[in-house]
Write a protein that binds this ligand. Structure first.
Ligand code: ADP
Ligand code: MG
Length: 732
């Protein structure tokens, strides 16, 4: 029933089916699980006076009001108002229409404006009453709203209190989508069978599947919605952790690549420094694994700047001297290029050959590299160490005598790619470097019983990096500081959050978009965020303010070649100020950079900020890390204060998990990018307890039934299989 095409439903013809297909909805079952991405609580009706009161309170709570005129909006809320006048219609520039009227309740007046919705003049007439939902603002003492959602209030009729907001596509409106999901539910009700094992339902006090589905689409109440969402979050986590536990549960394998002990003095003599004792310890742990009986499956952790790369290099040296090849896989092309540069500088003088292989390697070069990795390379011509992105595990790459795989910054790969990687590395020694310290709860979930080496000591002579949090009021002083650093011969990073393209004119749907808000006690969205700064336009305006400086920018939308060029110019010292998105976050090493400024700092995860901070302070000069934020919320400010007060990456990670949920650590970005796994909801789950329970139950379930073949786990097994299939698609 769930597999029937959507056209089986009434009101779905070819055209609508085609529109739905664009969103990946082809079957009735797809509709049933096409959940709202937010809900609006239009049931709590406020009076005009109450909305004003809230806005005034908000204004008063601002500890540092930005000097420039801020337009402060209320959270989305509902009011019931009666039109006091006929709407006036104005045509402003280029066909923009403005419909305006005044409306009132018992406590006051509100000005309502609709942009580009000319038909509103026929909808609203003097004396008509509507429920309006949206964000309100104050102009002087007058309440106003632009493009609020309106619903006519009719005698004897009721309006639903909680309204779902679905992800849409062209040709499908919210109303249609609500109708479609409701039709699909009615049609397929009898096929909605429970798939979670009963003991888990009762232990976690979760509602039944059909109740969950009903209340996600049409919540009976806030409480019911919360319970349903809790189950959905738990499920996402539970399936993911079960999949990880089931796939990571392999027994220790006998090593097929026995290695002998190798003297490291040649290697060490090529280093410009002495290894710290923590590094020495990690190297000997790795050496012991490599020469042991079993396949190495080890994770190397350590804070930013603790020197993980050189430890990995030692491991590669051991593999190569034993007659094997090594592979280094990293998540971004920039980082691949960086590692290639550093490792080949270290290894070439020892006669060890490195090659760089990424998605943008030209075909001729790629073919040559592939040939140099094959069994029949001529003596002294083969590649010993190949460094690259996931292009290394894509089709067609065969590495002969591959003995060791090093995976850097692994959590950034996303769970799916990681699964494929582990598969590929099954009988291979692997060394995983975790860039960001991962909270204890998640280490267990993500890495299971893996062996861990920890570099718990920074190289000597590291400077303390001074961290400051400032607001827009400091702009001039900041620019002066940038100039001063450059005058002293140093370089500067400026990091902006990645920006998504905004939509065109406000229209009815957009108005709805704008007033959306997810709610429920599980998490809330922040509504006090200042506007974003985009890397490219930011660089342009900075160039106007500091014309004597050489300013460049880099962001994810540039071609890999362009990115590399900019990064190389920056490394070479030809660029004074590099404005970028977080593409530089991982692993970039430019010791001459002494100042990093992060714009819209409130948008970043703390671990991400900590990671960014590690990009400066790499040389001998004093370094600075400045967070610019005009965020007014308490949480945002507390979070930024935390990054200022601690430099312990592990503590920051724990704090981050509590504040933002596991998304940052589970690589949900890359998952979302590929639109494959839906960790959408759980990614922002701030209920650490729920995450812990999901990990524990997943482990217990797999321990009890490793192949998930017991009757009670049938439904679960299907879900997990689906997840793993999707991972595979993602990688191939
Ligand atoms: P991370 O652990 O963040 O990957 P890196 O491996 O990039 O850190 O090392 C950071 C910097 O520290 C590099 O410039 C590296 O050359 C340097 N470094 C590593 N080990 C030592 C050491 N024992 N003494 C001095 N500098 C070191
Ligand atoms: Mg690194």
């Amino acid at each position: 029933m769930l597999n029937k095409p959507v056209t089986i439903l009434k009101n779905v013809g070819d055209k609508r089916a085609a529109a739905l297909a664009k969103m990946g909805i082809t079957t009735v079952g797809d509709l049933v699980t096409h959940f709202p991405r937010a809900y609006q609580n239009r049931g709590d009706i406020l009076t005009v006076e109450e909305v004003k009161g809230r806005l005034r309170e908000k204004l008063a709570s601002l500890t540092y009001a930005a000097e420039e005129k801020v337009s402060l909006y209320s959270d989305p809320c509902a009011v019931i108002l009666t039109a006091a006048s006929e709407p006036t219609v104005k045509n402003i520039r280029r066909g923009m229409t403005l419909v305006k009227f005044r409306a009132f309740d018992d406590t006051g007046m509100c000005d309502i404006t609709y942009f580009n919705m000319g038909y509103m003049k026929d909808v609203v007439h003097t004396g008509d009453t509507f429920r309006f939902f949206g964000r309100f603002s104050l102009l002087g003492n007058r309440l106003q709203a632009a493009n609020p959602i309106y619903e006519a209030v009719r005698e004897g009729g009721t309006l639903p209190a909680i309204v779902p907001v679905y992800p849409l596509t062209a040709g499908i409106t919210q109303k249609m989508m609500a109708q479609l999901t409701s039709d699909a539910l009615r049609y397929a009700r009898s096929a909605l069978t429970e798939y979670l094992p009963p003991h888990i339902l009762s232990e976690m006090a979760l509602p039944a599947y059909s109740y969950t589905i009903d209340n996600l689409h049409r919540p009976e109440s806030m409480a019911a919605l919360e319970i349903a969402q809790r189950r959905r979050v738990f499920e996402e986590l539970f399936f993911l952790f079960t999949a990880l536990a089931a796939s990571g549960n392999k027994k220790k394998q006998k090593s097929r690549y026995p290695m002998g002990d190798i003297d490291l003095s040649e290697f060490k003599s090529h280093l410009p420094f002495e290894l710290t004792s923590a590094q020495e310890r990690c190297v000997s742990e790795i050496a012991r694994d490599l020469s042991g009986e079993f396949v190495m499956n080890r994770m190397l952790t350590g804070d930013v700047g603790s020197g993980k790369t050189v430890v990995a290099a030692a491991a590669l040296y051991l593999a190569v001297k034993n007659g094997y090849r090594g592979a280094v896989m990293v998540p971004t092309e920039i980082l691949a290029a960086q590692h290639y540069k550093d490792l080949s500088a270290l290894f070439e003088p020892m006669g060890i050959r490195c090659a760089l292989l990424t998605g943008s390697t030209p075909k001729r070069e790629r073919d040559a590299i592939l040939a140099s990795l094959s069994p029949i390379t001529m003596e002294g011509m083969g590649t010993d160490i190949v460094i690259g992105t996931h292009a290394l595990i894509s089709g067609g790459v065969e590495i002969d005598r591959l003995g060791l795989a090093v995976i850097d910054e692994q959590h950034r790969f996303g769970v799916a790619q990681r699964a494929a990687l582990l598969e590929k590395c099954e009988s291979l020694h692997s060394l995983t470097m975790s860039a960001t310290p991962i909270p204890r709860t998640l280490t267990l979930a993500l890495y299971g019983e893996i062996d861990v080496s920890r570099i718990d000591e920074l190289p000597k002579g590291r400077q303390k990096i001074d961290t400051f949090v400032v607001n827009e009021g400091y702009r001039d002083r900041l620019n002066g500081f940038i100039r001063k650093q450059v005058d002293e011969g140093h370089q500067v990073y400026i990091v902006c959050p990645a920006v998504e393209e905004k939509k065109k004119d406000p229209s009815a749907e957009d108005a709805e978009e704008m007033s959306n808000v997810t709610f429920g006690s599980i998490w809330e969205t922040e509504t006090d965020l200042p506007p974003l700064k985009a890397a490219e336009s930011y660089a342009a305006s900075l160039a106007e303010q500091l014309p004597e400086l050489n300013i460049a920018f880099v962001h994810g939308k540039l071609k890999p070649k362009q990115k590399d060029t900019v990064m190389q110019e920056f490394s070479a010292g030809n660029v004074d100020v590099l404005v970028s998105t977080t593409v530089i976050e991982v692993g970039v090493n430019v010791p001459n950079a002494t100042l990093m400024i992060v714009e819209n700092a409130e948008r970043f995860g703390l671990s991400q900020l900590h990671q960014l901070r590690g990009r400066v302070g790499r040389g001998s000069a004093k370094s600075y890390f400045i967070l610019v934020s005009d965020a007014r919320g308490d949480t945002a400010r507390q979070r930024l204060a935390a990054i200022k007060s601690t430099t312990d990456g592990f503590r920051i990670a724990e704090y981050d998990l509590e504040q933002r949920g596991p998304g940052d650590f589970l690589g949900s970005d890359s998952i979302k990018q590929h639109g494959q796994m839906r960790l959408s909801l759980a990614a922002g789950c701030r209920d650490t307890g729920l995450i812990e329970r999901a990990v524990a139950l997943a482990k217990a379930t797999v321990a009890d039934d490793p192949t998930l073949s017991k009757e009670e786990n049938k439904g679960l097994a299907e879900k997990v299989q689906k997840l793993l299939r999707e991972s595979e698609n993602l990688v191939n």
